[in-house]
Write a protein that binds this ligand. Structure first.
Ligand SMILES: [Zn+2]
Length: 304
């Protein structure tokens, strides 16, 4: 591999050397996370690809997963890592399999040891997003999260930075002000497939459209805005993209259009606000009291 020739077509936009010391954790290697990993990894960003234990490419994934039948049955993060090494032999990519919701401590330890400049949140459920948010806030790492609306009508990208609104602030704000637009879908009850029903109904191009916006914003953060790849004001932390005009709680009149919002930090947020310290010290106090009680009980009622 001749790096000078390899990077020749992008040096008019950014200096690849600037990405040499950047590290990103990508959580969730579905179709969106895979696309993001591929786009960042091929230009030299170091990646740690985190997915659930035993999360493998199944046949119903193939229509949206970028690597097709050759990787059927493989772990998704391993398949993407291997593809990245083909695309860019100098790419620095490792894989970790853990469940961020049930192994939050391990995930926090991983974030602290990797010390990434950014976490790309590409999971498909809210509990996982909140678990990642808590770890990112504790470690002081920015996060960019993407979500696709059911029916592929659009999606949103959120940006959570230390010292600004965290994902919990943004999610709370959205819950109070609107419901995410959801298009009812018709389910073929004669051919029930649990995995398909639970997963968002969208075309690959619907998902990749949001993933590419997420990747672009992430790259913009990694380069600290130099060059300015998005032109989005610093205060923006929510981008809503629609493929076609939306009505209802969110009204977006123009198709193929992005709207930008600045959600304020909630000073009372339990994750990043002033009360978070109170909540965590209160939790510690209760924990210590319970431990002391358990020790006392064990002394009073010895089991042997
Ligand atoms: Zn918060």
């Amino acid at each position: 591999m001749n790096a000078e020739i390899y990077y020749r077509r992008i040096v008019g936009i950014l200096q690849p050397a600037r990405l040499q010391n950047t590290r990103v954790i990508v959580v969730g290697l579905g179709s969106g996370g895979s696309r993001i990993a591929i786009e960042l990894g091929r230009i030299g960003v170091e990646l740690v690809l985190v997915d659930l234990p035993n999360e493998r490419v199944e046949e119903h994934n193939i229509i949206r997963f970028p690597l097709g039948y050759p990787v059927l049955g493989q772990l998704k993060n391993e398949a993407v890592a291997s593809h990245l090494r083909d695309l860019n032999p100098a790419s620095r990519v490792t894989t970790v399999n853990l469940d961020v919701t049930t192994q939050q401590k391990e995930f926090l330890a991983l974030v602290r040891s990797v010390s990434p400049q950014l976490i790309m949140v590409c999971v498909d459920n809210e509990p996982a997003r909140h678990c990642i948010n808590e770890c990112a806030v504790a470690a002081g790492v920015p996060q960019v999260a993407g979500g696709v609306y059911d029916g592929g009508i659009g999606g949103e990208v959120t940006i959570a930075s230390p010292q600004a609104a965290c994902y919990a602030c943004i999610a709370d704000h959205l819950q109070l002000t609107r419901q995410a637009p959801v298009k009812p879908r018709s389910i073929d009850y004669n051919n029930l497939d649990v995995a398909e029903i639970q997963s968002t109904c969208a075309l690959n191009l619907d998902i990749e459209q949001i993933a590419l916006i997420q990747a672009r914003i992430g790259l913009h953060i990694l380069l600290a805005g130099d060059p300015d790849l998005t032109g989005i004001p610093r205060t923006v932390n929510l981008c809503v993209f629609c493929n076609r005009p939306l009505t209802g709680d969110v009204v977006l009149g123009r198709p193929l259009h992005c709207e930008f919002f600045s959600v304020p930090r909630d000073p009372e947020c339990l994750v990043c606000g002033a009360s978070s310290t109170t909540v965590s010290s209160e939790a510690n106090r209760i924990l210590h009291a319970l431990e002391a009680q358990a020790q006392h009980t064990a002394t009073v009622n010895p089991t042997e």
